[in-house]
Ligand binder design. Sequence first.
Ligand code: PLP
Ligand code: TYF
Length: 401
Amino acid sequence: VWSNVQAGPPDAILGITEAFKADKDPRKINLGVGAYRDENGKPYILPSVQKAEEIVLASVPNKEYLPITGLPEFTRNAALLAYGTESTPLKEGAVAVTQSISGTGALRIGGEFLARHYPKSKDIFLPAPTWGNHIPLFRDSGLNVRSYRYFNKETVGLDFAGLKADLEAAPEGAIVLLHACAHNPTGIDPTPEQWAQISDIVKEKKLFPFFDMAYQGFASGSTTKDAFAVRHFVEQGHQVALSQSFAKNMGLYGERVGAFSVTTADAAEKARVDSQLKIIIRPMYSNPPVNGARIANAILSNADLYTQWESEVKGMADRIISMREKLYNSLQKELNTPGEWGHIKSQIGMFSFTGLNPSQTKALAEKAHVYMTHDGRISMAGLNGGNIEYFAQSVDKAVRG
Ligand code: PLP
Ligand code: TYF
C-alpha cells in the first residue's frame, strides 16, 4: 500500500540531534536544538517547578479530562502573565483564551482559527528568516505563507528599512507574524521605538498582528520587559492573536504547556470566538494534557513561587548572557578570529546567529564534532565553562579555513 510513499527529509533542527547522538567523540557539542542546559551541560529542572510539582501531588489530583479549552485557572493566569494585570481587554472579559499543546499547538490553533474566521485575508507574512516550523505549520493551517525582510546580512542586524517597506507593501488586512521577543533564529529584536513604528504601520495598513511568544522572560530575564511588544500593541488599540509557550521559561518542554489567545471587541464576541476555538480543538485532540498546566498554574497562582520562578528565569537568561560575553572575548580579543563578532553580545535570547556559513558549519560538525543548524544558528545555552574554549577554537579554525 505504501510503495508510493517517498522518504521525506529529516527535520532541519531535530535532525541535528540525531547526528549528534550518533557521534562518539567525547568533545562533541550540540548547539542545534534550543533547549536550556545548565553550567554542566545538563537539562535544568527549575526548583520552582519541583516545588510546584510537590504542591500538585500533595493535592492528590484526579485524572479526569480537562474541558476542551483546558484548565481555566491556568489560562486566566497565562493571559495575565502576557497581557499584564492592567490590560483593558482582560479587565473587560474580552480575551478568548485556550490551553494548547505548547507553543506549536497554540500557533496551529491560531492558524486554523484565522484560516476559517479571519475575514480579510489568507496571507500571513513571516519574518525572513523565521523559526523553520512556522512555514509548514501555517501552510498546513490553510494560510498563504509570505515573508517580510527581517535580517540584514551585511550588518548582522535588523533590516528595519526592509521590514517597514515590506509591511507597507503588504495587501491591506494581511496577517503579520511577529516574534514577541528573542527572535528565533537571529536573536535580533526591534527596539521599543522600532516596535512603536511597526505598530503604526500595522495600524495604517490594517494588518492583523499575530504574536509568537515562546521566550517570555528568557530574553531579558524580566517577564514584564519581554512582554513589551504585545502590551504596546494592545495599548495602541490593536486586536491581537497570541501564542504562548511555557517550554523554555519554565523548562516544561515535554509537558507541552501553552496557550492561544485572541483579544476581541467585548465579552459577547469573546464568547462566540471561544465557541469556535472549541470547534477547532475538539476533532484534533479533544482536550489538552492536565499535568503541566497544573504545574504552571501552581507557580503563576502562588506569589512566593512566582517570585522564585522569576529569579530562576533570570538566572537562565543571565547564564546565557555571560556565555555571550565569554564567546565574544575569546573570538574577538583572544583568538583574533577574522571578522567582527559584536553581534554575539548584542543578540538576545536562546540563540546566536553567528554568521557562519553552511560550509563552515559542515566543517565544524565533521572535524570538530560541533553541531549547529546549517544557517549558523547556535543555541547559546549549549555552551558552558567546560566547552566554550574548545568551541571558540573550533570556530576560529573553521573561519580560517
Ligand atoms: N515559536 C518559536 C519561535 C520557537 O522558537 C518555539 C520553540 O522553539 C516554539 C514556537 C514552540 O515550541 P513549543 O511547541 O515547544 O512550545
Ligand atoms: O530549536 C528550535 O528552534 C526548536 C526547538 O517540539 C523545538 O525547534 C524542539 C521540539 C519541539 C518544539 C521546538
